[in-house]
Ligand binder design. Sequence first.
Ligand code: ATP
Ligand code: MG
Length: 731
Amino acid sequence: MDVSHLLDSLNDAQREAVASPPGACLVLAGAGSGKTRVLTHRIAWLIQTEGLSPYSILAVTFTNKAAAEMRGRIEQLLALPIRGMWVGTFHGIAHRLLRAHYQEAALDQNFQILDADDQLRLVKRVMASLDIDEKKWPVRQAVGFINGQKNEGHRPAHIEDYGDFYLKTHLEIYRAYEAACQRASMVDFAELLLRAHELWLGNPAILKHYQNRFGALLVDEFQDTNTIQYAWLRVLAGDKNNLMAVGDDDQSIYGWRGAKIENIRRFTDDFPQARTIKLEQNYRSTSSILKAASGVISQNVDRLGKELWTELGDGDPIQLYAAYDEMDEAKYITERIRQWVNEGNLYAEAAILYRSNAQSRVLEEALLYAQMPYRVYGGQRFFERAEIRNLLAYMRLVSQRDADAAFERVVNTPSRGVGDRSLDAIRHLARATDISLWQAAHRIVDEKQLPGRAVNAIHAFIELIDALDKETQGAPLPKLVDTLAEGSGLRAQHEKEGGERAQTRLENMQELVTAAGSFNPREDYTFSEPSDGQPSVSLLDEFLNHAALEAGEGQGDPEEDCVQMMTMHSAKGLEFPLVFLAGMEDGLFPHSMSMEAPGRLEEERRLCYVGITRAMRQLYLIYAESRRINGKERFNRPSRFISEIPKDLINEIRVKQTFVRPANQMRSTFAQGEVAGTNLKLGQRVTHARFGEGVILNSEGEGSNARVQVNFPDAGSKWLMVELAKLDPIA
Ligand code: ATP
Ligand code: MG
């Protein structure tokens, strides 16, 4: 059979990988060097020249989108449909296995999958039944513990608590949760993987069957596999060692979810015969983009080390825009996209990437205003997020007590002892007498229709809403939102949870405060300065309507030609001719949570490398001189990652004379306001005995309570008590 067309479109190293003899093979290469291309060509090669049946191929990747794409590319290469081939995500494949072998996996035939929210609710119920106080033991922390253990392959029986109270309590929850799942035959995401692994270990006959069946295993984005995924693959590979893994250590961005870069090293230990192939030619990006990416990633230590080059020529320089604020940033991006489309290109070729979901709101509004179709991938649109809907529900209730949906949503969120039975009684009464839930709740309290504790809990909710209403009478809209975030207990709830997700939720809630501050229904969306929001309930109602409309509209179909928006995490593996990295500011990216831990900073830097290398032809970096995000006005300095890009690659766009400052000059000053009751001011340079010279970026409190955030070039960013830190101002 003539297979030359398969190899013709490959370079030597790619060809070597695609046509390598059976056995373990590791393709380790930088972004855009054709790893995914090698994987798909390898599959086509195995089928056409090695005579493997599609049925005997298993290919794993990380997202459904990538899996669909891979399938499409293989079908195109082979020019025939590939029924019977297993191409999917780890979770999808594990699910398929468990369905096929539910008995051996000790599951019911119709076992259910718990999504993240279902899991959270179940853990919550389990904790209640164990009388474990959620206030002391945040539910999300318990969920994090359970998933973390499962990712490592640990059942409760494998874990020793060493008398440690923290471990002991979490183990107790894990055990009870596991029993509850087993009783009802429910499986969470991490369980899918763990149980699929146990299926191998506990059933040699089944394992043998699949080992015989699969003549070839292939895995993309290998750097992001966690312990249990790797173990599962390794056991399945068995003696045949027919595993091809492709990946890039510089793109490992899921350490916080248990991914192990070490799996790359482990691979060569576990499969000593493995060939390692490096690909060095990049086909995706211009040379300027590649050099920028390499400048950034070279700051990380302990890399496996790879070189990338391209024949595509320098192309345009990296464009750097210093926006006046986040609105200006959004406006600039939409203008650039408009120009791009006017030049005859597609919306879908443009991608806006950002670090945090909370950034999407302003960008979405700008795109709506500019009437450009867009789609947000992976992650919900701002106004649809659970924490935002909770807070909006409080706002709605304060404005309108009879809003039943809002009542249902938050009467027990955060939990305040209004149980399912109470809620049922309220619903029942409301239906029977044709009144609202709020009125029914009132009546139940007045007539003491439920046991004392239940009545007290409902009463407390009614009083809370009334009190919040009173407290926020006449308050400007952002103040109202802020008061409700606090008074409802939602903020405290997320603060207690801790961890990355809770942090995101808090940021999003603060972002709603910001949104309220810049909301002005009487003008169109005009990128004007925030209005100071005249206090009125009708303004609140208008804002709520605005939120409801925003939640449902403006999102293009996947098929439609629309601007692509996503976090940098979701952009892994993808490529776009025109890429904007928005919010290139220290504190936002790298994220403030990661600036102090060296390991986390390196992971952020890898994320930046992923972001930059998504760009094919044009890359824009944008930072804002000031940014209202998460309810606060910030004067962040440009991201340190910008300064890691060689200066000669960057073209600074200077549209405004007044506000532009050189981005690479990291010690530029800000001169914005005094730190009250001290001799310091924002933007001031100071020295610290241990950390050396730095610049004050932010402050909180005043006088003897004042804290300042100082950015030290070597030590990173630190919050310090002014009274204790002995900072010496430098003139
Ligand atoms: P990432 O690390 O971002 O996942 P990757 O290494 O998987 O990147 P691919 O997506 O496979 O890279 O390839 C990047 C681009 O380069 C794709 O558009 C691909 O079609 C193209 N490409 C790869 N190899 C070649 C080649 N030999 N000839 C022409 N184009 C190629
Ligand atoms: Mg790829």
